[in-house]
Design a protein around this ligand. Structure first.
Ligand code: NOJ
Ligand code: CA
Length: 629
């Protein structure tokens, strides 16, 4: 296997697969670069309690005013991200790329796109993030490369070159007809004819993104070298892009194959052996029964996006009924210990409608697509706020559901200020416009000339940067930004949102989505207090300890009204009778749970989160802000 083409800074490069000087203990061990200390807080399963924030470096902040966001700009905004209260950043691809698929078309896996800076900038950014206990994961695009990647350039050059089998070639375009075309609105086949090599090559996405051939051990070793390179540098893990498609087999759809899972187990083993406390997060747009396979027996990915849940959250609020959400959760199998779902409302892609029925897709399109231009691939190219017609109460409700369902929430940059979109831009650029920092020129994103910006900022009167920006919302304590920050602070105090069990609470009113998140039985409680002599979770001291994040907590009851009208909720809480619900945001105690159903009234799109406190002799619930206890 030959070494990759050197690009700057060459002192940091080595052949993929070559062992680094040392790679134990985490942190960069590459020659000529000072190590990045990994964050201390959180323990090995930090990702189960963390809040993730997805960021497009190109769109976040431009430090050198060339019109393009960059790593130094991202670093300059770490104060803001720390203030917001996020635990882990997920960076969209920052590698060299012709940018025909937002950077998912990589032409060099081992450095940074020059628009965004260089490896030194990345390390400085990682240092600074880690000092603040903010972790950083990045996209790892294993499935394909750009057709500009030197591996493909060599592979296509003839049928007999050292990289001839690094991609998937065939003499005709008839093989594997069962494999669907993913970008169905743009591509007509998964095969494209290559004039030079006089053969077809295989691609699951754009025709300029040839798939790598994982049946070739050299490809596997090269990609594992890429993984080691970035983990040595100090990344906390990866989002594994398009991971279901790594292999092809006759008579199959080429998705979720056993060979793919075997490769993921191998990858996980490599990572566990040398890089503690890292995480791999699978991007697999699959049904729940296939999705859980990406956790393996706890020996594949630590995390996996719950794709089918996302459109159903939007469906549920439009139908004003919990059924779409409860149905998909009922179909979702348990996951192995130490694993976690990643859940989200929106991301950098279209709101995908791949994993819904045809009838549900028609419904979503009828409800959420007001202009045919909003369609993208199999989904809808819109951001959160415009999808909700700018309804802030509804945005709060959806965030409350997102932050309390099982899984680690992933926030898409800009959604914390309810940014809008631009459906007149091509492909998914509609949702990738510059972050809106202030009412200044270019929304405070860049001081470059407007025409120089990588994409135009929003300037419409409703969602434009004069109306929607971080600075204004930071100054206004009643803004959505402050609301979001404060609910994240509340969530952080209750580890049960990350690691607790989940139990639906029966309610006759179909608009009410209610559930209890409970600590795992072994996490605390009076029984444990008796056994261990340490305070149990139902006591004041136990609660204080839980606030320190080292232990489970009381159960938390979450009640959400999915309707735009006020609704009554009669909840079957008999299992918790005797406990006092204390509302989490204001610490106001409600009437204790009795032996009959528990009645709560919720305003339009209202929600309550209650800690269910079990009083021990002599204890009272903590007083509310108005002294209501
Ligand atoms: C999934 C990414 O999220 C998407 O943006 C990209 O187009 C495809 N993978 C292909 O790389
Ligand atoms: Ca720049």
């Amino acid at each position: 296997m030959s070494a990759p083409r050197p690009t700057r800074p060459s002192r940091l490069r080595r052949a993929p697969g070559a062992a680094p000087a040392t790679r134990r203990g985490g942190g960069a061990r590459l020659p000529g670069i000072r190590p990045t200390a990994l964050p201390a807080r959180g323990g090995a399963d930090w990702y189960r309690r963390g809040v993730f924030y997805e960021v497009l470096t190109r769109g976040f902040f431009d430090s050198n005013n060339d019109g393009i966001g960059d790593l130094a700009g991202l670093r300059a905004k770490l104060d803001y991200l720390e203030w917001l209260g996020i635990d882990c950043l997920w960076l969209l691809p920052f590698y060299p790329s012709p940018l025909r698929d937002g950077g998912y078309d990589i032409s060099d896996f081992l450095t940074v796109h020059p628009d965004l800076g260089n490896l030194d900038d990345l390390v400085e950014f990682l240092d600074d993030a880690h000092r603040r206990d903010i972790r950083v994961i990045a996209d790892l695009v294993m499935n394909h490369t750009s057709d500009q990647h030197p591996w493909f350039v060599e592979s296509r050059s003839s049928r007999h070159n050292p990289k001839a089998d690094w991609y998937v070639w065939n003499d005709d375009d008839q093989r594997w007809p069962e494999a669907r075309v993913v970008f169905v609105d743009v591509e007509t086949s998964n095969w494209t004819w290559d004039q030079q090599r006089q053969q077809y090559y295989w691609h699951r996405f754009y025709s300029h993104q040839p798939d790598l051939n994982y049946d070739n051990p050299d490809v596997v070793e090269a990609m594992f070298g890429v993984v080691r390179f970035w983990l040595d540098l100090g990344l906390d893990g990866f989002r594994l892009d398009a991971v279901p498609y790594l292999f092809q087999r006759d008579g199959t759809t080429g998705e979720n194959l056993p060979e793919t899972h075997a490769l993921l187990r191998q990858l996980r083993k490599e990572i566990d052996a040398a890089y503690p406390n890292r995480v791999v997060l699978a991007e697999a747009n699959q049904w729940p029964s296939d999705l859980v396979d990406y956790f393996g027996d706890g020996d594949e990915c630590h995390m996996c996006f719950h794709f089918p849940l996302m459109p159903r959250l939007f469906m549920a609020v439009r139908r004003e009924q919990r059924f779409p959400v409860t149905e998909i959760l009922a179909q979702t199998p348990e996951i192995p210990d130490g694993c976690q779902w990643a859940i989200f409302l929106r991301n950098h892609d279209e709101l995908t409608l791949e994993k819904v029925t045809e009838e549900e897709r028609d419904y979503m399109v009828a409800e959420y697509v007001k202009d045919p231009r909003m369609r993208r691939h199999m989904g809808i190219g819109r951001r959160l706020a415009p999808l909700l017609d700018g309804d802030r109460k509804l945005a709060e409700l959806l965030h409350a559901v997102l932050f309390s369902l099982p899984g680690s929430p992933v926030i898409y940059y800009g959604d914390e200020v309810l940014m809008g979109d631009n459906v007149y831009l091509g492909d998914r650029d509609s949702v990738r416009t510059p972050m809106q920092w202030s009412p200044d020129r270019n929304g405070g994103f860049s001081r470059a000339d407007f025409a120089q910006l990588y994409l135009p900022p929003l300037m419409d009167p409703v969602y434009g940067y004069e109306a929607v920006n971080v600075e204004a919302q930071q100054r206004n304590p009643s803004s959505h930004l402050h609301w979001l920050r404060s609910i994240l602070q509340t969530r952080r105090q209750f580890p049960v949102f990350g690691t607790g069990t989940f139990e639906l609470v029966p309610c006759g009113n179909p608009s009410i989505l209610a559930y209890v998140r409970s600590p795992l039985p072994e996490a605390g409680g009076p029984e444990r207090a008796r056994r261990t002599g340490r305070p149990g979770r139902g006591t004041r001291a136990g609660r204080a300890r839980a606030r320190n994040g080292d232990e489970g907590d009381n159960p938390v009851l979450c009640v959400h009204n999915l309707s735009r009208f006020a609704q009554p909720a009669e909840l079957d809480l008999v299992r918790w009778s005797g406990r006092t619900p204390v509302e989490l945001l204001g610490r106001v105690p409600f009437a204790p749970v009795g032996s009959v159903s528990y009645g709560v009234t919720l305003g339009p799109y209202g929600f309550y989160w209650f800690e269910l406190i079990e009083e021990t002799a002599g204890e009272q619930p903590a007083p509310g802000p108005g002294g209501l206890a």
